[in-house]
Every structure is written in structure tokens, then in C-alpha cells.
Write a protein that binds this ligand. Structure first.
Ligand code: ZN
Length: 202
């Protein structure tokens, strides 16, 4: 399964000058929603990810995804694994568990995102699950942006990776491209202006 081709075929591997949610700039952007608009493709990706997690012997009860980006991937992963699916969401910028979702004491969770960049949102979801008495046994994403290290990839996470070292992280592929501080961005230096993905029909 060629994940890069799947993203490109879905027009989800965008090239331009993007302002990321972290405030940094990038020449490329992965618009997972475009890939996941096909339930068939979403299901196939989730099945593959589920198999990786099962093969590693991870035992989980539930999947929790940070909204909005993680919801579809998390739901499909839960379906593939036969688990419960819940999500956390931001309320006044702070991640929270709402909508009547509950966490049982000792309930084992996989935290699932569409893309893991530095893993900040996934970590916030994981903290909520832990605070409520659950146990985070794995992190998962369709794709890894190359800052964190996938399970048994033999790579070292970059210092910006926020995922804990002692919990395995599963993803279907690595997508590595540069991100820049705005004052050090070559596209800004060339006179361009970064746009927010999704703001101009992308
Ligand atoms: Zn820029």
C-alpha cells in the first residue's frame, strides 16, 4: 500500500505555501479529509493500521481521537479493531471530554490522529484519558510527519516530538518535509504569503 500515492490520487498532498496550526510554514500540506472522504479508502487504511497494532500484540478496549482531525481515522480504526470510539475536543482552546463519553478505570485506549506532526493534540487527549483513570497503550495515525518515531522503525524521535517514549506509536507511512519558522521561511523571503489550509478551497 503506497500511502503517498493514495494522498496524491485524492488531491490530498498539497503543494503551496501553508500556515500550519503550529504557526510554522510549509511548502506541503496533507489534507487527510480528502483521503477520508472515500469510506472505502478510509476503511482500507484503517484495516492496515489495525493489523499493525494487532501484530504488535497491543491489547486495547477503546480508541480516542482528538477532534476534529482525528475523528474519522479514530472511528475507522475502532471499527477495524472492534473497539469503542470516542473523541476529545477543544473548548476555549483546552482539550476536553464531552458529550457524555466516560472512561472506565483501567480502560485501555489507543489515541488516534489522522496525521501525527509533533503529537501535541494526541498528547492532550492522552492526558485526559489518564486523568480519568484510563490507560493509554498506543498512539496511532494514518501518517507520521517525521518528527516522532514509528514503532520498530529504528529511528529516533526529533526533540520536537511530544509523544512519550514508553508508548508505541503506529502509522502507515512517514511523510518528511521541512517546516519553517515564519522569519526563516524561504517562501516568505521570496515574497510569498502563507495561507491557512482550507481557506481557499484547498
Ligand atoms: Zn512562509
Amino acid at each position: 500500500m503506497n500511502i503517498e500515492k493514495i494522498y496524491k490520487d485524492a488531491n490530498a498532498y498539497l503543494e503551496g505555501h501553508f500556515l500550519l496550526s503550529s504557526g510554522k510554514h510549509s511548502q506541503f500540506y496533507l489534507q487527510s479529509a480528502k483521503v477520508l472522504e472515500s469510506p472505502k479508502v478510509a476503511g482500507e487504511l484503517a484495516d492496515k493500521l489495525a493489523k499493525m497494532i494487532q501484530d504488535a500484540g497491543v491489547d486495547a478496549n477503546s480508541v480516542c481521537a482528538p477532534a476534529l482531525g482525528g475523528i474519522l481515522a479514530g472511528y475507522e480504526l475502532a471499527r477495524a479493531l472492534g473497539l469503542r470510539s470516542i473523541f476529545t475536543e477543544r473548548v476555549d482552546k483546552k482539550m476536553a471530554l464531552r458529550r457524555g463519553f466516560v472512561v472506565a478505570k483501567g480502560e485501555k485506549f489507543i489515541i488516534c490522529e489522522d496525521i501525527i506532526t509533533t503529537g501535541g493534540s494526541a498528547l492532550e487527549s492522552a492526558k485526559i484519558i489518564s486523568e480519568l483513570g484510563g490507560e493509554v497503550v498506543a498512539f496511532a495515525a494514518l501518517a507520521n510527519r517525521g518528527f516522532c518515531a514509528r514503532h520498530k522503525s529504528g529511528r529516533e524521535p526529533k526533540p520536537t516530538c511530544q509523544l512519550p517514549n514508553n508508548v508505541p506509536f503506529f502509522a502507515l507511512a512517514d511523510f518528511e518535509f521541512e517546516i519553517y519558522e515564519p522569519d526563516n521561511c524561504p517562501m516568505c523571503k521570496a515574497g510569498g504569503k502563507a495561507i491557512k489550509p482550507g481557506s481557499r478551497g484547498n
